[in-house]
Design a protein around this ligand. Sequence first.
Ligand code: N01
Length: 493
Amino acid sequence: MPAARPAGTPRIAIVGSGFAGIGMAICLKRMGIASFAIYEAAHDVGGTWRDNVYPGAACDIPSHLYSFSFEPNPSWTRTFASQSEILAYLQHCADKYGLAPFIRFGARVSAARFDDATRVWQLDIVRGGSRERVEADIVIAANGALSRPALPAIPGIERFAGKLFHSAAWDHDYALEGKTVAVIGTGASAIQFVPRIQPRVAQLHLFQRTPPWIMPRPDRPISERAQRLFRRFPMSQRLLRHALYWQHEARAVAFVSHPRLMKGPTAFSLAYLARRVPDAHLREKLTPDYRFGCKRVLLSSDYYPALAQPNVELVTTAIGEIATDGIVTTDGRHRAVDAIVCATGFQVNDVGAPFTVIGANGADLDARWRRDGPEAYLGTSVAGFPNFFMIVGPNTGLGHNSMVYMIESQIDYIADCLRTLARRGARTMTVTDAAQRAFNERLQHTLHRSVWQTGCRSWYLSASGKNTALWPGLSFVFKHRTRRVRVRDYSFA
Ligand code: N01
């Protein structure tokens, strides 16, 4: 933590340097606060956009919307930016705003403990083989919701003798050329890399548990001319961003309160499937039997055509076990494979805190979340945890619009928390139990009527069916709600 700081300026520890951590750090610098450090376990910035390097990794939200509002990028080369372009954008932000001196790379926060006597957080940092302890007045967990890959709990997975990796830890040193490869999962990651690896492998067995709803992805290059226009007339890019924002925002109405508005997109998606997959048997296997929007609607224009290729088999019989040399389905059929790629998503629900977090009076975030499910107030504050803030905390995910918008809303909110503390001359602020409870009761009530609770299995829901991942509705309502701290919802000390 930087030592020199004006009296009264809090020491702030940010955990993670993805969109959330970088955005928060830029905000602090703009507020004139330099007494902060970003602890990053890896050796580069970028978070999920540094880690997910599978072939074809790209954003399914348009580039002009998937960036900070204060740092437009007129040079996006495609309407849907690739992973490498988004990573370069984040590296550019870190450079432009001079964040390098504030980032501690290779430093993993293993625990944060609030000291009731001094009202200060003690952070345990693991760096290589050594450990250090640092103090902070404020902790901002910006470690991301989709950062813990989930390997499937399939019997025998540990005894597979071939190559096995998760899509979020792609092994580019392993040559897929000429191999027989199994892919488990057909979510947002799989539909991006399957079309890329299909031409390279000898045989692809794609194990699908649930078919996703898919719409075409209108991805195309952004011409040099258009890029010049955006550079010369920044207003043109702002207008485009606004148009994209409202186009996406309109979908929330259907997701949350007017499911009948789904009829049009449902018919469109089925017609698209029919056009792209002429084989009736394959089409039947790819036709979802649950409501459009219940799971994340995926965008791809090359997934269906890839599945129609002769070297691809779509397996819909459940996996029974993994053998040393392949996969055995519950009908007893054994498929020998050289490699298994698990595109099985991330641990989001029914998991504890991302690192040990002990709040006031020994409150243990991990134990609490494992018992009751992840829960927070505005996805940012947690009762019992003074001066502990999260970005992309519980119920801040979106199924319909850009997460960067939510991240910026939370950053602005945390900035207002800091101003509120300074204005009141307080050292700590803690959301009250009552405020957190009331907030979550309303939230769950709204979610209850949403399309996400209409009976499909998704990572939005915990085993008990509680949605702890998504914000139920319009993202501008969240922005409005996070504009100012409601001081009556907090206790100050
Ligand atoms: O993971 P997923 P993902 N046996 O959870 C299946 C973001 N993202 O990494 O549907 C067999 O969506 C599982 O089956 P089912 C985005 O928010 C964004 O693809 O549960 N199958 C499913 O098909 C996204 O929502 C981008 O029945 C098993 C798949 O694995 C989130 O990340 C790109 C299984 C998991 O799909 C997660 O996406 C990529 C088992 N035991 C990701 N366990 C952008 O473009 C799981 N499955 C921004």
